[in-house]
Design a binder for this molecule. Structure first.
Ligand SMILES: Nc1ncnc2c1ncn2[C@@H]1O[C@H](COP(=O)(O)OP(=O)(O)OP(=O)(O)O)[C@@H](O)[C@H]1O
Length: 344
């Protein structure tokens, strides 16, 4: 059973990038960048979004994480005003999503942004800047997005990562207070991804909010103040990376066991702590266990078996994510469709 979590101001990463400082009264007077309550979106038989509550503060970077079809893009589309919910409401800085978009409060990178292949990068930026009335931003967004060296390149000739940088430049035009990014670094290499996030973090430091969907757990852990995990259209966990990691049960114990003959030998040696074992794997002489009693397992391995080179590590975020997703129940499922927990 998943232990549901709610985030909160105290749940932000301690070392992280909390909302920009300012007089408390001033900050609390600001409406949230995003406030979504009881959001539902239904496509025929599919409840793509099934009762989501979500709040993003100005200056906060929130990662929206979930498996394929979880409802991430549908939620972001509603926040951007591209579609309307069947129930519930979304507000952006206290406005309707359409009002916020018209007032250039929001900027977006979508999964399938239409770019014109025959335009150069520079022409594309100038055209969109003219449409948005943001010509004065052109040089700063070119610099921020790192696109300056390829302004003369035709979009058709740009790599996947370069197109994402162009989309970032377009999203930055008009200096929006909220950036909504749907898998913004898809197709980027590690270095491009890092500089992309450096640019985004610079924005957040200026009290701009960022809500991004990603499949990369590590990206969420590295760059977000808060992670919101969604599955079957519901929020199943929300908190700092440490909060989410703490939802995982168990610890990984690894060891080298010379002459290891197979799982049966390990099982016999650990009979007394068998109830604590969640997973056991043997690859040659390498032994890996997931257990709720790592100290006992380590003691037995070191004192009663030939095992050495012991390692004890926390669960990876991938392990925790897989557990959470596996445990969550779809609407009308066996648990009778438990309601989604509030996220902040
Ligand atoms: N316009 C639509 N018509 C019918 N079904 C839709 C439509 N848009 C989304 N869906 C369905 O709603 C569910 C949620 O889709 P959504 O795109 O929001 O998920 P996602 O979390 O963004 O997935 P991915 O990570 O694969 O992009 C899916 O089952 C999808 O097939």
């Amino acid at each position: 059973m998943v232990q549901h979590m709610t985030g909160g101001p105290g749940a932000l990463k301690p070392s992280g990038h909390s909302p920009a400082p300012g007089p408390l009264a001033e900050r609390s007077a600001q409406p949230p960048a995003v406030e979504v309550t009881g959001l539902v979106k239904i496509f025929g038989p599919v409840r793509a979004v099934d009762g989501i509550d979500l709040r993003v503060a100005p200056g906060e970077v929130v990662a929206f994480l979930g498996p394929n079809g979880a409802g991430k893009s549908t939620t972001l589309d509603i926040i951007l005003g591209f579609s309307s919910p069947d129930a519930g409401a979304a507000r952006v800085f206290g406005l309707t999503p359409a009002q916020a978009a018209r007032g250039l409060r929001t900027g977006a990178i979508l999964q399938e942004g239409g770019l014109l292949p025959d335009y150069t990068v520079g022409q594309t930026i100038r055209a969109v800047a003219a449409m948005r009335g943001a010509r004065h931003d052109i040089s700063s967004v070119q610099e921020l997005s790192g696109i300056s060296p390829i302004l003369g390149r035709r979009v058709a000739k740009c790599s996947g990562g370069e197109r994402q940088r162009l989309r970032l430049a377009l999203a930055l035009l008009g200096n929006p207070d909220l950036m909504v990014l749907d898998e913004p670094t898809a197709g980027m290499g590690v270095t491009a991804r890092r500089s992309f996030w450096a640019a985004i973090r610079e924005r957040a430091a200026g009290n701009k909010a960022v809500l991004f969907a990603t499949h990369y757990l590590q990206e969420a852990a590295d760059f977000a103040d808060r992670i919101v995990i969604i599955h079957h259209g519901r929020i199943i966990a929300s908190g700092s990376v440490d909060d989410v990691r703490a939802l995982g049960e168990g610890t990984i114990v690894t060891a080298t066991w010379p002459g290891m003959s197979g799982v049966a030998a390990l099982d016999e040696a650990l009979a007394e702590v068998r109830a604590s074992l969640q997973d056991v794997a043997v690859r040659g002489e390498h032994v890996e266990l997931r257990t709720t009693a790592p100290d006992d397992v380590a003691r037995i391995l070191l004192t009663r078996t030939p095992a050495h080179h012991l390692g004890i590590t926390a669960l990876s975020l991938d392990d925790v994510f897989a557990d959470l997703v596996e445990d969550s129940v779809p609407a009308g499922g066996p648990a009778g469709g438990a309601s989604a927990p509030p996220a902040r």
